[in-house]
Design a protein around this ligand. Sequence first.
Ligand code: ADP
Ligand code: ZN
Length: 298
Amino acid sequence: MALFGGIEAGGTKFVCAVGTGPDDLRAVTRFPTTTPEETIARVIEYFRSQPEPVAAIGIGSFGPTDPDPASPTYGTITSTPKPGWRNTPIRQRLLEALGVPIAFDTDVNAAALGEYVWGAAQGCDTCVYLTVGTGIGGGALVGGRLMHGLVHPEMGHIYVRRDRERDPFPGVCPYHGDCFEGLASGPALEKRWGTRAENLPPDHPAWALEAEYIAQALVSYILILSPQRLVLGGGVMHQEVLFPLIRKRVQELLNGYVKSPAILDDIDSYIVPPALGDRAGVLGAIALAQREMGAGVP
Ligand code: ADP
Ligand code: ZN
């Protein structure tokens, strides 16, 4: 069976691996995201030093990106605020250096694909993967296809309803202030409450407010895409009180309107953590590469 490469290109760290799936994931390597030159050079060195060649590579990248294969700037990180990375043609640079087919998508679309192929969203042709971490982003498959359009969805930047008395915090998004990411990302929690999110105890009022914003966003995704499952990952979701609070609030906000047993009776299996844990991104990148080569993944 051919071997594939996966790159999870995150704004904080890169993860590289080779393999064919969750039971065969080799040489997983993590390194911090520094300058594009240095970081891309490490990726090239990683693949050149593998004992066996890969048939194709998949990249799941932070963004915003150009994910359109028909565009001359396909596989470029475009308007990111991350210093030095604006307009970085990461796919093109790797293609020139490594000479194998390279599939490219957003980090969250890759994670959604990983969960769809091997994880918590198996069998769900329409599903959403949301990460709540340093930023908030969502990827989706709709009818089995990774969702793109004009560019790609930016599910973290939707507006949610903020009760200014309950939450006077103006938000941290440099573009929108109190959008979903501005109110509910890890850095927003840290700035609002004055301590890192992992230090806030489970009974802190931060978590009910956080669940409120996440539930509002999920309700929008449910109403617009009608996903068969929602997978929630990222560092902030490690706070375990969140899942039950979010599920209850989603039911309350929908108020019985969406008539599906998944929501009405079995919400615990509808809004779930990633089955692949923190490997969803890199495994999804491998699945992207396999799909590019038509290699037997759904
Ligand atoms: P990134 O989004 O950079 O890839 P993560 O998904 O790990 O990274 O998210 C990092 C964020 O998650 C930080 O803001 C951190 O404070 C927060 N975080 C990490 N662990 C926890 C935890 N156990 N509970 C709540 N928040 C956490
Ligand atoms: Zn925003």
